[in-house]
Write a protein that binds this ligand. Structure first.
Ligand SMILES: Cc1cc2nc3c(=O)[nH]c(=O)nc-3n(C[C@H](O)[C@H](O)[C@H](O)COP(=O)(O)OP(=O)(O)OC[C@H]3O[C@@H](n4cnc5c(N)ncnc54)[C@H](O)[C@@H]3O)c2cc1C
Length: 374
């Protein structure tokens, strides 16, 4: 097939799409807004379906090597660290895919970027679109570097604050503040820390540590942030320490190490779930541009890579573009929406202090769901 695809956004979804299309011999190029990569230094948690999807792109092993496959979750009493429960990570997909992996964002970026470079996929950094016009057969895109290109399809992988989504749907879908924020900071990993650990403090917040490499782990606290306040950068360490105060000596000892405000990553949680279809004509949204949910399940990156794998498969078909995109929606919409809804449910229970909350039930159902083939 001699079609040409433009991917807007060089993040997890965009790189994965480009790799998947290139593997199928489809001509693809990427534009990325930022000249210098802006990848936060902290980590994410991912599960076996993420590794399975990356394995289809030929980089599953590299991602596992770049991260730390931890043993599962231990839930600890905050004051004395006594274990209250544990959820051993058993891969619902297969032993070759670790159930749980801690992964620094820059390490994941390097895995994907190195593959894009190795495949010589054209990538222009510091460039984005200024406009796109659709005809029946093509999309004509004008770029900020003064060039123009004609494509068979444009894939918008430009994240939660997608400018393509804004244009395509005339501003109809916008991120909305969810009520909570997440604070993260990297710390030295104790040599014996092989589990992710969640501290049972009070139901308004979750505090935990996740191994990232042999040397590093990160600590996170997710809690309500009424009114979505702005925090001046120089106050971030102090603000994060405040949110960890009052939970006993173990958490105090972590908090004491949070000293450099420039190394604190704070993100208010904002959500935007676009109803189907995620496309209009020959422009399609994927990843966070289509479904940015909360991170309570640690599934955002997996959904982005799965979108990419499925889109590449569907575009590599002789059907009409409409049929190919329709088929992509059939395979992706319900799954991505289900994961987003379950993830947001976990957060909503914390906000509402809901006594009927059943997070364990959600985790069990989600483990079954993610094992399903995509
Ligand atoms: C606090 C927090 C914690 C999270 N924790 C986890 C976790 O533990 N596990 C997990 O799986 N997920 C987690 N996520 C979600 C995860 O980060 C996202 O789901 C994932 O990054 C989506 O990938 P993406 O490629 O769609 O978007 P992004 O990663 O946002 O990439 C978008 C790319 O597009 C570029 N771009 C933006 N605008 C333009 C433009 N106009 N033109 C060209 N390029 C553009 C950006 O610079 C970027 O490179 C978390 C999210 C948050 C906010």
């Amino acid at each position: 097939m001699s079609e040409k695809v433009l991917v807007i956004g060089g993040g997890i979804a965009g790189f994965s799409t480009a790799i998947g299309l290139h593997q199928r011999g489809i001509d693809v190029e990427i534009v990325e807004l930022h000249k210098q990569w802006q990848v936060y230094h902290v980590g994410i948690i991912v599960q076996s379906n993420f590794i399975r999807a990356l394995a289809q792109l030929g980089v599953g092993d590299k991602a596992v090597q770049a991260g730390y496959p931890y043993k599962g979750w231990r839930f600890l009493k905050n004051d004395d660290g006594k274990e209250l429960a544990r959820d051993e990570g058993v891969s619902s997909i297969g032993e070759e895919y670790p159930a749980d992996l801690g992964l620094a964002r820059p390490a994941l970026h390097d895995v994907l970027f190195n593959k894009v470079s190795e495949l010589n996929i054209p990538l222009r950094q510091g460039v984005t679109f200024t406009s796109f016009k659709q005809t029946n057969d093509h999309v004509v895109v004008e770029f900020t570097d003064g060039t123009q290109g004609t494509y068979d399809i444009v894939v918008a992988a430009d994240g939660a604050y997608s400018k393509v989504r804004e244009e395509l749907f005339a501003g109809k879908y916008k991120p909305e503040f969810f009520g909570q924020g997440v604070w993260r900071y990297n710390l030295k990993r104790p040599k014996d820390l092989e589990w992710a650990e969640g501290y049972i403090t009070d139901p308004t917040r979750s505090i935990g540590t996740v191994p990232l490499t042999e040397e590093e782990m990160y600590i996170f606290v997710c809690c309500c942030e009424p009114g979505n306040p702005y925090f001046p950068p120089e106050t971030l360490a102090e603000e994060m320490r405040k949110r960890l105060t009052g939970y006993g000596p173990i958490i105090d000892s972590f908090a004491e190490q949070i000293t450099d405000p420039s190394l604190v990553v704070y993100r208010p949680l904002e959500v935007c779930i676009v109803p189907k279809p995620w496309y209009k004509g020959r422009v399609v949204l994927i990843g966070d541009a289509a479904h940015s949910a909360t991170p309570h399940l640690g599934q955002g990156a997996a959904m982005a890579v799965e979108d990419a794998v499925v889109l590449a498969e569907e575009l590599d078909s002789p059907a009409s573009m409409e049929q190919r995109l329709e088929r992509f929606m059939e395979r992706r919409f319900d799954r991505a929406k289900y994961i987003a809804t379950q993830s947001m449910q976990l957060g909503q229970w914390m906000i509402d202090l809901d006594s009927n909350a059943n997070p364990i039930g959600v985790y069990q159902e989600v483990r079954k769901k993610i094992a399903e083939p995509i």
